[in-house]
Design a protein around this ligand. Sequence first.
Ligand code: HEM
Length: 124
Amino acid sequence: MKNDIQDRADIEMMVNTFYGKVRESIVLGYIFDNVAQVNWESHLPRMYSFWASVLLDEQSYSGNTMHKHLELNKITSLTNVEFSEWLLLFNQTVSELFEGDKADEAKVRATNIARLMFHKINTA
Ligand code: HEM
């Protein structure tokens, strides 16, 4: 039996593991490292805050997630292929590390946000 997502340390482990997989992914890695040239030292803490706000009611994230991805889609197409890979890696990460209500919630929230993002990108 695995633990559920309980605190900030769990969120950090989830985010670090997820972006480790993203960077190794043939579909997604180059988007982060080459196209967007993500500064990981600032991106990872932002993502800790994002997920802590979503799952632990921390309210430490402020940003415009949808806008960022609409802009990104202008320089590299974010299609079904990229979103499916993103969700696959995210859900894999959560299932590998955790089990429980919060773990389930993480996967549901990620799926819903990804769906909304995909919809906004494709109707913009
Ligand atoms: C095709 C799928 C996706 C790709 C390729 C992608 C890529 C990126 C990239 C390149 C950044 C910018 C990092 C930077 O320059 O600082 C970013 C930021 C971010 N992404 Fe995604 N993303 C995807 C899907 C998602 C989904 C589904 C979520 C939420 C569940 C999400 C949440 C975020 C958040 C919160 C930020 C930070 C925005 C900010 O406040 O600056 N992304 N993403």
